[in-house]
Design a protein around this ligand. Structure first.
Ligand code: UN1
Length: 506
């Protein structure tokens, strides 16, 4: 049963273990993107004053938290995971209301936070370093992980609980404290996650949450002198600003940005399977995944068959309020995102070569007019250099690009500024492996769509998608810890590495 939230719930910031209002007392209101007549609630419109308080709390908490044994830190995550399991349905419904994606997917988003808690909690008993021989006698050498310190986490609206969990949980296991600024339009899910950590027994100040927009709340967080690490997921444009703001203090800086992901369909592919993958990758989450399949590069021999089946599937997709279990695609998450989608559809329509095969319109029938709905849209015969085939749209718009060979498909696939995810559909293992080697992306799928990464593998991409780091998997530990190499000399004399000569055992 869904329990609707009363209108005008006011959510607060979480600072030093307490729920508090912003210093200015200012709030902003969010609305359901599937029906803007429904208020989601009011949220603190925070400024640098609130950030300063949150950072001060996190700084103080760090001195104790770093000394808590990692397996004990992890126990809190295990408890949190159990609480989220019990509330999975409730949190999924709240996420659908605030963000729009369909219930099946918001359940998956919440599940991803559970998976991350169990996976990275397990790392609390590993956090492996190296023990290694020393080059001098009676000397011991090892490397250990130490926390970076205070982490500023900035998270997007498309995975409102999963992505905060990818950042908060490994940060905690490694012994860091943090301040999170979730996306302005989807703070409820991050608030739910933080509530759970509080209930699971996280000491005060270890995690702090401050809501608000980028310029007023995000920027002071990124620039704060006491913040040692920034982990940001969002657009390339904002990522550039964040990265520059973090540079003067040499903060650790993790950037996870856009994608223009490709599905390659070869002439020997199982076409029905490829169509399913393209529907899921292109229109799942209303195309609002960094890993969304916004391009399909098709061998000419299967182009027509694929196109007919894909267009038919897109036309049949049920678009509507994600709380309705029969709905397959929800709205854009906010008005400006819908406007971006409509703008790109116009750009595509005005290109000489591309053909609009289906969709292209905002949906306004009945109650849909109260939400940000657009039709699943497909352009055919797209030239790979067109803007719709080069720029991230973050909406339900897919470009079909014909090709003659695997080599050409790989070239088209790689010829974008991003390098997050790619997929190939083929029955030929040789071609699959060649594409796996040659696609310059951080994630690669064979006979599966471009989306669906699992938490125990590294997540991230090449080129303008990221700046060389990976989150999730054990790679997350490299993000949220620093190496300390330790040498213990028990010879009782001064020994000089690189200089002392080995004179034998006599
Ligand atoms: C994103 O693409 O924005 O791989 C995150 C997936 C999800 C996470 C996606 N597990 O599809």
């Amino acid at each position: 049963m869904s329990k609707e939230q009363p209108a005008f719930t006011t959510y607060q910031n979480y600072i030093n273990g307490e729920w508090v209002s912003s210093r200015s007392g200012e709030v902003y209101e969010n609305f359901n993107p599937a029906d803007t007549r429904q208020s989601i609630g009011r949220f603190q419109d925070s400024t640098s004053e609130d950030i300063n308080l949150a950072v001060a709390a996190a700084k103080e908490a760090f001195e104790k938290w770093r000394l808590v044994p990692a397996p004990r830190r992890a126990e809190i995550l295990f408890k949190a995971a159990q609480i989220i399991v019990d509330r999975k349905e409730e949190y999924a419904r709240e996420m659908t209301r605030e963000m729009g994606k369909v219930l099946k997917e918001t359940r998956g988003d919440v599940q991803e936070a559970i998976d991350m808690a169990y996976f990275i909690g397990g790392e609390g008993r590993r956090l492996y370093g190296q023990t290694t021989p020393a080059e001098l006698p009676n000397k011991f050498a090892m490397s250990v992980r130490q926390p970076v310190g205070l982490c500023g986490l900035i998270t997007p609206w498309n995975f409102p609980m999963a992505i905060p969990s990818w950042k908060i949980m490994p940060a905690l296991v490694c012994g860091n404290t943090c301040v999170i600024k979730p996306a302005e339009s989807t703070p409820v899910s991050a608030i739910n996650l933080v509530k759970v950590l509080h209930e699971a027994g996280l000491p005060k100040g270890v995690v702090n949450l401050v809501t608000g927009d980028g310029p007023k709340a995000g920027e002071p967080l990124v620039k704060h002198k006491n913040v040692r690490l920034i982990s940001f997921t969002g657009s390339v444009e904002v990522g550039r600003i964040v990265s520059q703001a973090a540079a003067p203090d040499f903060k650790h800086c993790h950037m996870e940005m856009g994608g223009k992901n490709v599905i390659i369909v070869l002439d020997d592919a199982n076409i029905d399977l490829a169509v399913e993958g393209a529907v899921w990758g292109g229109f799942g989450t209303t195309g609002q995944r960094c890993t969304a399949a916004s391009r399909v590069v098709l061998h000419k021999k299967v182009y027509k068959e694929f196109l007919e089946k894909f267009v038919a599937r897109a036309r049949a997709l049920r678009v509507g309020n994600g709380l309705d279990e029969s709905v397959e695609m929800g709205p854009s998450a906010n008005e400006s995102q819908m406007n971006t989608v409509l703008r790109y559809i116009e750009i595509g329509k005005n290109e000489d070569k591309a053909t609009l095969l289906t969709g292209g319109e905002r949906l306004t029938e009945g109650d849909l007019k109260y939400g940000y709905f657009t039709q699943p849209t497909i352009f055919g015969d797209v030239d790979p250099n067109m803007r719709v085939a080069q720029e991230e749209i973050f909406g339900p718009v897919v470009s079909l690009i014909p090709c003659d060979s695997l080599e050409q498909a790989v070239e088209i696939g790689n010829n974008v500024q991003y390098g997050l995810s790619a997929a190939i559909y083929t029955q030929d293992v040789n071609k699959a492996f060649a594409a796996m080697r040659d696609m310059y992306t951080g994630i690669f799928y064979v006979n599966s769509s471009t989306i669906g990464a699992e938490v125990h593998l590294p997540f991230g991409g090449t080129k303008n998608t990221g700046n060389g780091h990976r989150e999730a998997g054990t790679a997350a530990l490299d993000l949220f810890s620093e190496w300390k190499s330790v040498y213990v000399d028990y010879s009782g004399k001064l020994q000089k590495a690189q200089i002392d000569e080995w004179k034998g055992t006599e």
